[in-house]
Design a protein around this ligand. Sequence first.
Ligand SMILES: C[S@@+](CC[C@H](N)C(=O)[O-])C[C@H]1O[C@@H](n2cnc3c(N)ncnc32)[C@H](O)[C@@H]1O
Length: 318
Amino acid sequence: MQKEKLEKIFSIPVIFQDNLAIINETSSFYNQEQTNASFSEKWIKVNEETSTFALEEFQKKWVLELYGFKTINGFKEFLKDKYVIIDAGCGLGYKSAWLAELAPHAVVFGIDFSEAAYVAAKRYKEIKNLYFFVGDIANLPFKENTLDFILCDQVIHHTENPKKTYEHLSSLLNEYGKFACYVYAKKALPRELVDDYFRLATHNFTHEQMWEFSDQLTELGKNLTELNVKFNCPDIPALGIKGGEYDIQRFIYWNFIKCFYNPQWTKKENDSCNFDWYSPSNAQRYSEEEYREWAISLGLSIDFFRSEEACHTSIVSK
Ligand SMILES: C[S@@+](CC[C@H](N)C(=O)[O-])C[C@H]1O[C@@H](n2cnc3c(N)ncnc32)[C@H](O)[C@@H]1O
């Protein structure tokens, strides 16, 4: 798409420097600023210190499952008539690049409030239909009714007021537009309490202390995984603990503390997954009913919905 046409999508004047649009956005909310700083730290370190190949492949496969596309061809088919696409909260931009590759007829914008947007712009500067900018997905400079597809994957719960962000993003959809969004699910009571406690307690950690804490969580996850022990747990409804057969690491992970470990990922990828759980101040969790209510209260049609232990995902339209 030509630059002049691109500019028409925006509600304010936007200057493009190659594949980077300059918006000059900052937040006046302390928690959002802290969340941005935390993700700047995470993504810059991950980008410098590791190849993110395994993480990216895992995440892309997960997108196909989470939103019901099932296969890459299913996703391509879905994107066939989507011309203006945003990856809202793009991090290092690999999903934005994937969207641009699967929908070469479209223009794709990757947007992030952290410095990851600059890293992403550098990483993918050769992709012609892909642009990045630093911006707040709760207040995007697009005209209403302009977007064909919004992917907001693992982001909205990090914004200052997730429900308001949801309302804002859906207002940008055009009449055929689709909005795919992921929110963190509420977990068992002990895990929720520990999460709330540590998210507050780690506020005063330096980034070094936070990485050290994440390294300890990875080691815990690894040691528990390597025990390779399974056992049966009864239903304990008062604590929100679901009964059944568990691997010991998964039992502790889902019910008590996030100690992520995936043996296929590098050490830094595992650490970064633990880092981004306790580090950002903004990280809300929702029940299925609470999340469904967002769409219902806005009169949106729920075209797809899925719940799993980690998250709820949906695709909605006007
Ligand atoms: C867990 S990461 C997910 C990144 C990417 N969507 C992915 O799936 O790999 C969450 C991202 O949301 C970004 N973020 C948080 N609040 C934001 C906001 N208000 N506006 C834009 N991006 C935001 C963070 O900077 C971070 O890169």
